[in-house]
Write a protein that binds this ligand. Sequence first.
Ligand SMILES: NC(=O)c1ccc[n+]([C@@H]2O[C@H](COP(=O)([O-])OP(=O)(O)OC[C@H]3O[C@@H](n4cnc5c(N)ncnc54)[C@H](OP(=O)(O)O)[C@@H]3O)[C@@H](O)[C@H]2O)c1
Length: 511
Amino acid sequence: MKPQAVQSPFLQSCDIGPSPFRMESFVMVIFGGAGDLSRRKLLPTLLHLFLEGELPQEFYIVGVGRPGLSHQAYRAMMKEAVKEHMGEGPLDAQSWAAFAKRLFYSPGDLQDMGTYRRLTLRLRRLLRRCAEHVIYYLAVPPDALPHVLKGLEHSRACPRGERSKVIVEKPFGTDRASAVRLNRLIHKVFSEAQVYRIDHYLSKEPVQNIMFLRFSNTIFERLWNSRYIEHVQITAAEDTGVGDRGAFYEQTGVVRDMLQSHLLQLLALVAMEPPIGFEPDFIRDEKVKIFRSIRPLDEAYIREFAVRGQYGPGEVGGQRTRGYRQEKGVRGDSTTPTFCALKLQVANWRWAGVPFYLRTGKRLKRKLTEIALVFKQPPLRLFGRACDVLEPNCLLLTIQPRERICLSFGVKYPYGSNQIYPVKMVFGYQEAFNLRPHPPYERLLVDCMKGDLTLFVRQDGVEAMWAVVDPLIQYWEAHPPKGFPNYRAGTWGPRGAERLLARGGRKWLLG
Ligand SMILES: NC(=O)c1ccc[n+]([C@@H]2O[C@H](COP(=O)([O-])OP(=O)(O)OC[C@H]3O[C@@H](n4cnc5c(N)ncnc54)[C@H](OP(=O)(O)O)[C@@H]3O)[C@@H](O)[C@H]2O)c1
């Protein structure tokens, strides 16, 4: 799992110390065990971890779901799923057999208490085989969450109360009020220290690296503030459309789907103060402070500094694609936004006056997640005749598809007179560490098994993130757009997004 260590006399040990977290034997109960997330991501990741020797000796997986499947039928279904989605060459029969014998299925509707009674019996038997704790993975649609939590509360399916954990998928609620309600329900069964609210973006190596880059390098951290940084851009562009999840997306839209979770988490990592240590809560404390310091979005501000869009038909990667309104499960006159761009102000000492521009959307020109820190120009322009290229210094952190860090600066153009030329210094994760692709859920599942909450969102964090975006959702829902669709699939979104930056004399930077 780990990349080859770099041998260097300059590598220093740090004070983080050995991890206090330990992998314990477990039973993982997956509610929605036959659903899309389980088939495409969870089971392939669990098998991958098993094959890598990352799982403890004793572990069991129990899928819970509506289809009335036997253990054998469930194993056969999951075998097909992992073959299709694991992408690691042919599955060897012996390894699969060793994994499959730990897989069980417990059928039933989540609204039926009988489902939890059956599950309790199954869990008792498995826990007797010396599994130390139970991890409940709620891989169900948001409207099924209350049923599961009620079922767990009223049954004894939670036999090692204090030792159990629960993983909750995004979206966590649909606004702040619903997130508060959901947190209350969860806390009837689990204490906050048992709750793992997942955001799979946070498992990406370059995302985790943001803190390492910032807090271990004098050359960056010294400049990481309003004195030197002119503005910050965060782009999370998807080239895909909504696929067959149109009905789900109609209820969600881009703000709930991407902005409230992934983009605000990236913003927090860029903007937060150094934590006082690497304890999960020290880091999560700093992130919450950032969400709370974002200037509230009132109506006038939204009209001025937020742009929404919806894709129409177009062409992506040489393929003709349909518009959002033609997608399965989407209304023909839908006003659901599939794109948004906005300017946020982090009103604290470090960032006062530095705009943070966020942009995300579906069916954009290409898949790209990137953070750009654009530096101020030097105080006196010694250079800069009309023919010179006076690009600002820029630190570009590319999260996907190519994980890399790129620093751009100006050098003297050789042979000519005093002419500046922009160049780039690039660090590529892939080239430096020979990284293999890892399933996105790998790191998060391992962290949960070990009890490390660092990468999971805390209750106050999730509520504070909703508090940032709630006014935007409410305003846009109360004022439906007139001109949707307003961008062609395969472009970088509506013109308004360009104008948002152009007004400040800026432009979006692409990798
Ligand atoms: N799929 C992804 O890639 C992905 C990525 C990120 C987050 N998520 C989140 O993960 C969660 C699950 O998504 P999904 O895509 O896996 O959804 P899904 O394919 O609809 O799967 C949900 C599963 O839950 C079961 N279920 C729903 N209501 C039930 C009930 N009352 N009783 C018993 N079973 C019930 C469904 O059974 P039936 O099939 O019988 O209805 C289905 O097997 C959602 O919150 C989603 O937002 C998914």
